[in-house]
Design a protein around this ligand. Structure first.
Ligand SMILES: *Cc1c(COP(=O)(O)O)cnc(C)c1O
Length: 357
């Protein structure tokens, strides 16, 4: 295995004083992890260096054709000060699945995880202390070959950058209003919806803007073929509780396979709930809503963990949910997952990974 070289900064930056004003993804730390890929040579020179802008040739392929993938996870500061990660091996497995789809060479998952742990340990003072705050971790790969041809790149850059981030629910765990987009779509059958890649976000911006204009915080996307079946919300997967069944859309290739989604399914099953991964149509939701059988809805993702849905807008229909309150299953999953993430509750083996004390 390649040795990871470490070059420490000689000019550490000032850390944010007010942890209630961290926001999301705006502050950089002192170091970053970098590794290069060159055709014929493979991935090489894994290193941790002082955080700095990178030089990129204006012809670099990622700038023109969107050949890139990314991941998102968090570092949590436990009660005894130890730094914890949540199922980080799953993120590196997923980046390789995204790589496969985007014709990017596979990464060595254990080397990436080792690099991530070393980086977080080096920058551990940047993991904020206030309740609900965390260190957001962003691994990514970009195509760097300076050539305007549209074939896949011969060179790549893999990086991990860190950002101390604020609590997602500074005013407390709260339901959100969701707008069901019935004109634009995010992903199509056979497209790249299941890859964590920037293009899926670029094509979501328009719908997001429309939802915001109407006072909704996020978009719920429908399938790109019939625009009939529920897929996912912005950067979250989605669950519905209909009667006694917990339903989430099955992974058909156009939905991002969330690690929080997978964790929710595993926890719910271990608690004895009936969980179905299946297709679920807007019509089924509307009917269940009218008949009073739709008990709860929530999104799942690294950023918010669980995001209870208080209202769904579908064309001219407005569907209130759980009386605008947090449903019991949403609350139970939120408590359990955040408990495991912050090291207060023991989780299944391998879910909580300690970086350092
Ligand atoms: C990252 C992401 C999610 C959530 O995945 P987690 O692993 O649970 O954070 C859901 N949808 C999209 C489009 C995403 O990019």
């Amino acid at each position: 295995m390649s040795e990871i070289k470490i070059v420490r900064t000689t000019a550490p930056k000032e850390k944010p004083q007010d942890e209630t004003k961290l926001g999301f993804g705006a502050i950089t730390t002192d170091h970053m992890f970098v590794m290069d890929y060159t055709e014929g040579k493979g991935w090489h020179d894994p290193r941790i260096v002082p955080y700095a802008p990178i030089a990129l040739d204006p012809f670099a392929k990622c700038l023109h054709y969107g050949q890139e993938v990314f991941e998102g996870l968090k570092g949590y500061r436990g009660d005894n000060g130890q730094i914890l990660l949540f199922r980080p091996d799953e993120n590196f497995k997923r980046i390789n699945r995204s790589d496969e789809r985007m014709c990017i060479p596979r990464l060595d998952e254990s080397l990436c995880l080792e690099g991530l742990k070393k980086l977080v340990e080096l920058d551990k003072e940047w993991v904020p202390h206030a309740p609900g705050t965390s260190l957001y971790i962003r691994p990514f790969v970009i195509a760097t070959e300076p050539k305007l041809g549209t074939d896949s790149s011969k060179n790549y850059l893999f990086m991990i950058v860190l950002s101390p981030s604020g609590a997602y629910y500074p005013q407390g765990f709260n339901p959100v209003k969701i707008y069901v987009e019935t004109k634009y779509v995010r992903a199509v059958r056979g497209g790249m919806g299941e890859a964590k890649t920037g293009g899926n976000y670029a094509c979501s911006l328009k719908g997001q803007e429309i939802a915001h204009e109407q006072g909704y915080s996020q978009v719920l996307w429908l399938d790109g073929v019939e625009q009939k079946y529920i897929e996912e919300v912005g950067a979250m997967n989605v669950f519905f509780v209909i009667d006694d069944e917990v339903v989430t859309p099955m992974l058909t290739g156009s939905i991002l396979p969330g690690i929080t989604r997978k964790s929710c399914i595993e926890l719910l099953k271990s608690w004895g709930y009936q969980v179905s991964e299946r297709r679920i149509s807007v019509d089924e939701l509307l009917a269940a809503g009218k008949e009073g059988r739709l008990k709860e809805a929530f999104g799942s993702g690294t950023a918010a963990v669980i995001s209870p849905i208080g209202e769904l807008k579908i064309d001219e229909h407005v569907l209130p949910l759980s009386g605008g309150k947090i449903g019991p299953i949403s609350q139970k999953l939120y408590d359990q997952l955040t408990g495991i993430q912050w090291g207060r509750i023991p989780g299944p083996a391998g879910w909580s990974v300690k970086v350092c004390d």
